[in-house]
Write a protein that binds this ligand. Structure first.
Ligand SMILES: Cc1cc2nc3c(=O)[nH]c(=O)nc-3n(C[C@H](O)[C@H](O)[C@H](O)COP(=O)(O)O)c2cc1C
Length: 233
């Protein structure tokens, strides 16, 4: 039996105190067979050292859009093309705003704009930032475009008060990804077997027309199309 090819995830880490929780997330994902490429914003690097993510993911960590690359392709393009999933956890209010408005002024935002892979974000912030209409409008824009949001929890925030804004636990985020993957696989197997569609035909019925030729699609395209159709789990 062939071992399935590892799925590539880009994990974006942005400048929140919850960046330390992304370390556990990398561990869970890598253990489940994901090939994780971490990309950190400049602010994220103030919270956790890139070396931690490099060691946990066993991959180089993306830090700078203009860093020299071995390949000729700009790193944001190669990461964007390789990704089967882009997860941003923790995702700051600032990064939500950048995503909603299509900014591409660093490696992570450029990768997010270039990728066709499904995007999942796990916001983390102070409750005032979360409740702010600017943030809520930006989130609504992203959800309308099919970005999935793993909502933050209520609890004690880094600023010392109780409120909504704590990033979901790494295990919750990981379970969310697993559910998404199972759903995409179920939908793909349904789509890929035209026999299932014609099983209930009476034998006297005229034969169904042959299925239209399918454009060559990658797993990533399938995942993306699934997630367009079912914006929330
Ligand atoms: C100690 C500290 C903790 C912070 N935590 C958060 C946070 O949880 N969520 C958030 O949206 N911003 C937080 N910020 C502010 C962001 O780091 C800041 O907006 C930064 O510009 C975000 O950059 P990035 O989105 O490129 O990573 C924090 C700042 C500091 C100094």
């Amino acid at each position: 039996m062939n071992t399935p090819a590892p799925k590539n995830a880009v994990l974006g880490v942005t400048g929140s105190i919850a960046a330390y929780k992304a370390c556990e997330l990398v561990r869970l994902m890598a253990k489940a067979g994901w090939n994780v490429h971490v990309v950190m914003t400049a602010a994220a690097q103030k919270f956790v050292a890139p070396l931690t993510f490099q060691t946990l993911s066993r991959n180089p960590v993306g830090l700078d859009a203009f860093a020299p690359v071995a390949d000729w392709k700009p790193e944001h393009v190669s990461l964007a093309e390789r990704a089967d999933l882009l997860l941003v956890a923790p995702c700051t209010a600032n990064f939500i705003a950048k995503l909603a408005h299509g900014f591409a002024d660093d490696l992570l935002s450029s990768t997010a704009l270039a990728t066709r892979a499904p995007i999942v974000i796990a916001p983390a912030m102070n409750d005032g930032m979360w409740d702010n209409p600017a943030t809520q409008d930006n989130l609504a824009t992203l959800q309308r475009r099919g970005v999935r949001v793993v909502e933050p929890n209520d609890g004690e925030l880094a600023c010392g008060i109780l409120g909504k804004g704590r990033m979901a636990d790494p295990r919750e985020i990981f379970d969310f990804l697993t559910k998404m993957e199972v759903q995409a696989e179920q939908d793909v197997s349904f789509e890929m077997d035209p026999v299932i569609l014609s099983k209930n035909n009476n034998e006297h019925d005229p034969p169904p027309p042959p299925p239209a030729p399918r454009p060559v699609a990658t797993q990533r395209d399938f995942a993306a199309s699934q997630y367009q159709r079912t914006p929330r789990i």
